[in-house]
Design a protein around this ligand. Structure first.
Ligand code: ZN
Length: 201
């Protein structure tokens, strides 16, 4: 398998816990592994995971918002909103926000000034294709705000890689290269879980 960012062959390792192969890019640090969960089985897993929005779930969004709110502008798309559109409920008094989710809400054909993807890009099965689609939703001069956990070491001890719906894991280096290839630039990162890219005009 080749790194979808660097296009160099990734190192292959047997996963110590699951019977799958895990891939690592020596150039940008990107990781990929796939448990093969698809369709109805995957949806069932999300329904389990994104149950009724609990106080803790809403609090997680509020905490992310305190970091990302300065980058939210104009029309907003929540890409991968989950079943309950929590972000839309938190922002709809102040922003023109639309929710999209592969499993729960169909995508309107449009582009946006701000696209927000919280806990989404780690689920990508075909990251080259899915990133192209995500990046294309951002208008020139617009912002793409991504929240996902950046790769932590030692990788196989890291809780986030144990979720069978999590497949693609990123580093700041990978995001920076990805942004530049697509005509975006990284304008903010907390170096842990949030990256903001601005599209060139
Ligand atoms: Zn790479």
């Amino acid at each position: 398998m080749k790194c979808f960012v660097c296009h160099t062959p990734m190192n292959e390792q047997s996963h110590p816990t699951f019977e799958i192969l895990s891939y690592a890019c020596a150039t940008c640090g990107l990781r990929y592994q796939d448990h093969g969960l698809r369709g109805a089985a995957e949806q069932a897993r999300y329904e389990l995971h994104h149950n009724e929005p609990t106080e803790a779930y809403v609090a997680m969004f509020e905490s992310i918002l305190t970091t990302i709110e300065p980058y939210i502008q104009g029309s907003v798309l929540d890409f991968g909103s989950g079943e309950f559109n929590v972000l839309e409920q938190l922002l709809n008094q102040r922003f023109d926000i639309t929710s999209y989710d592969l499993f729960f809400h169909p995508l309107p054909l449009a582009t946006y000034d701000t696209v927000i993807a919280i806990e989404v890009v780690e689920h990508f099965i075909d990251p080259a294709k899915e990133w192209a689609r995500l990046l294309a939703l951002v208008r020139p001069g617009g912002h793409l705000i991504v929240q996902t956990r950046f790769v932590e070491a030692p990788f196989f001890d890291w809780w986030y890689q144990r979720d069978p719906t999590h497949r693609t894991f990123y580093t700041v280096t990978a995001f920076t290269a990805l942004a530049s290839q697509a005509g975006f630039e990284v304008i903010f990162s907390n170096n842990r879980s949030i990256i903001v890219m601005k599209r060139g005009r």
